[in-house]
Design a protein around this ligand. Structure first.
Ligand code: FUC
Length: 338
């Protein structure tokens, strides 16, 4: 395990923390954004990184694809930056037109976290104050990344609130399971989801759900990501940026299986939340200087396990509340196979 200086930015030290397991899998993280920086697996061509990354903190700041960032307090969009809490209307800062995306302008993603590494666990802590992000209450947050000897990466999110508020964290890792420089259209995906959410033109959920069967959105049986993208070329988005509802399942059943069938590399995702956002980097381009991959559309796929975003308005879509003096814990497990 190591903790080293990654970069010093405006007198602030950004650390890189790494752990390796007995199978020579390495994960590393950056203290900036409690970011998942690398997922290295051994291959015949040497260690291969299965997630996208940049070499400089400025690239994470300049372009804002939330690349592998911890996201909070709330994943996804809050329409007009407004929601009700205990019968009172709360306004939070907007950062995408009129809406609040991924926690707003001061989310988990653009602050430097306290960091430590111990054994095979990397820990980030931060007191996300109401002064900092303008959400109700102060939230003491701990995010841990654990690498097990059976090649699982566990991300655990813990928060303790000093007032009633909301907490719906995720991680915005972009996977590309190709060891060669190509996009993710060849990867196959299976999603435990029979419905996705209808979104308005600003990508705010309307409250309607749409059956996936017989649509390009359907990943209930395994198919390539490219097969879906090819059917979306006449849409504005030209790919996926969608909220899937996760069907009931037991904790040992994956919610998503992403696979490179040609190289036999796979990531299975396990989580108990009711949603997953799938984003296929549809408008990415050469201005994004990824370390091992050419910036281009579909260069990575983000599979963001979370409670679906409209839970903020409608408890029928899930509970993202956190109460005064309560501690909430969520876990996402990534089983890496190679
Ligand atoms: C996803 C999407 C957004 C955004 C962001 C980087 O969560 O829902 O549209 O582009 O990632």
């Amino acid at each position: 395990m190591t903790k080293e200086i990654f970069e010093t930015v405006n007198h602030e030290t950004i650390y890189k923390l790494s752990v390796t397991n007995k199978n020579n899998v390495t994960i590393s993280c950056l203290s900036y954004g409690a970011n998942w920086y690398e997922l290295l697996v051994p291959t015949e061509h040497g260690p291969q990184n299965l997630i996208l990354n940049f070499s400089k903190v400025a690239d994470y700041q300049r372009i804002n694809p939330y690349l592998n960032m911890s996201i909070g307090r709330t994943a996804g969009r809050i329409g007009h930056g407004k929601f009700n809490l205990n019968g009172k209307e709360i306004s939070v800062p907007q950062n995408e037109g009129d809406n609040t995306l991924h926690g707003g302008p001061h989310g988990f993603h653009n602050t430097n976290w306290e960091s430590a590494v111990d054994g095979q666990v990397i820990t980030f802590t931060k007191n996300i104050t109401a002064d900092y992000d303008q959400y109700p209450g102060n939230l003491a947050v701990k995010i841990t990344y654990t690498l097990t000897d059976d090649n699982q990466v566990l991300i655990d999110y813990y928060a303790t609130a000093d007032a009633d508020g909301i907490f719906n964290p995720t991680n915005h890792a972009y996977f590309n399971l190709n060891t060669t420089d190509q996009n993710v259209k060849n990867l196959t995906l299976q999603l435990r989801s029979s419905h996705h959410l209808a979104l308005d033109e600003e990508k705010i959920p309307t409250g309607e759900t749409i059956a996936n069967a017989q649509t390009p959105f359907n990943f209930q049986t395994t198919k390539t990501i490219g097969a879906a993208i090819d059917h979306m070329q006449d849409t504005d988005e030209k790919g996926l940026d969608d909220v899937y509802l996760i069907d009931d399942h037991s904790e040992n059943e994956p919610i998503a299986i992403l696979k490179n069938p040609d190289e036999n590399i796979a990531v299975e995702i396990y989580a108990e939340r009711n949603g997953i956002v799938m984003f296929t980097a549809n408008k990415f381009g050469a201005e994004q200087p990824f370390i091992d991959k050419t910036g281009q559309p579909y260069v990575g796929v983000a599979l963001e396990s979370q409670t679906v975003p409209n839970a903020v308005f409608d408890p029928n879509f899930g509970d993202i509340s956190i109460h005064q003096d309560e501690t909430k814990h969520y876990q996402t497990k990534y089983q890496i196979k190679f």
